[in-house]
Design a binder for this molecule. Structure first.
Ligand code: NDP
Length: 252
């Protein structure tokens, strides 16, 4: 079978469900060895077993990406067990919309800690490996998961949208530093994808909006995003697909 990512070492965060899980499985099917990071160990172990049954290689690394020491330990294990990472899909995130006047400070903090600080912790620990791999193999990929919320306006999503606007703008800016070192930087901005993401929402208005949207459109699947990630990483080394907005056809 066609394995454009044979010989590559991928790291996927948020790999225990949804977009990250599907992407890890797909990258492994394309030939990459894949380190899978998230907090739920059992889910990661199941994923690793499934990848193995399909002839691939995966390594489960139970990691809370908001904890710098845990991310540091994960990066050490990737380097020693799989070799230097040359593909990082920095994807863990949480979405907790609510009207600002409800002052859900706990939820603001969870989103900022994971979607911004967690993403940065992973960058800090893995960029040296990406740069090293790019020097040795000619190219490496850093793909960050933003959201259509980084571009479009959704009432009550101000904090989440702010964190995702950070991811998009950060990615565009970082490209100018890392591109010269053969590390491609991309941001993917999906519209609604059916995952566990919606299951963490507590705000009644947002829950109703989500339920209504499901009746008027067909949501994207995690596999749709996984295939896009595989496509970005399989482009010739000269090509950096910088930003991808991928929407359900029926989502305005
Ligand atoms: P899921 O809730 O299914 O996946 C989120 C993943 O993040 C899980 O694997 C979870 O694993 C992991 N995670 C949560 N907290 C931590 C943590 N502290 N440390 C490490 N991992 C953590 O949702 P999606 O797959 O939808 O979300 C993936 C990304 O896609 C997010 O960044 C989200 O914002 C973005 N996105 C999603 C859209 C959608 O409609 N679904 C649309 C646009 C963007 P565990 O709990 O085991 O740690």
């Amino acid at each position: 079978r066609n394995q454009p990512l044979a010989g590559r070492v991928a790291v996927v965060t948020g790999a225990s469900s949804g977009i990250g899980e599907a992407s890890a499985e797909h990258l492994a099917a394309l030939g990459a060895k894949v380190a899978v990071l998230a907090r739920r160990t059992e889910r990661l172990d199941d994923l690793v077993a499934r990848v193995g049954r399909n002839g691939g290689t995966a390594l489960a690394l139970a990691t809370d990406v908001t904890d710098t020491a845990q991310v540091h330990a994960a990066a050490d294990r990737v380097r020693s067990q799989l070799g230097s990472a040359d593909l990082l899909f920095n994807n863990a995130g949480v979405m907790l919309p609510a009207p600002i006047e409800e002052l859900r400070v706990d939820q603001w903090k969870r989103q900022i800690d994971l979607n911004i600080s967690g993403l940065m912790n992973v960058i800090g620990e893995f960029v040296p490996q990406l740069v090293e791999s790019a020097g040795e193999r000619g190219v490496a990929d850093l793909i960050n998961t933003a959201s259509i919320a980084a571009q479009n306006i959704f009432p009550n999503f101000a904090v989440y949208s702010g964190t995702k606007a950070f991811v998009t703008h950060f990615s565009r800016t970082l490209r100018t530093e890392l591109g010269a070192k053969n590390v491609r930087v991309a941001a993917i901005e999906p519209g609604i994808v059916g995952t566990e993401l919606q299951g963490h929402v507590t705000d009644q208005g947002a829950l109703e909006w989500l339920a209504g949207s499901k009746e008027t459109m067909e949501w994207l699947t995690p596999q749709d995003i996984a295939e896009t990630i595989g496509f970005i990483a399989s482009m010739p080394p000269r090509v950096n697909l910088q930003q991808v907005t991928i929407m359900p056809t029926g989502q305005a």
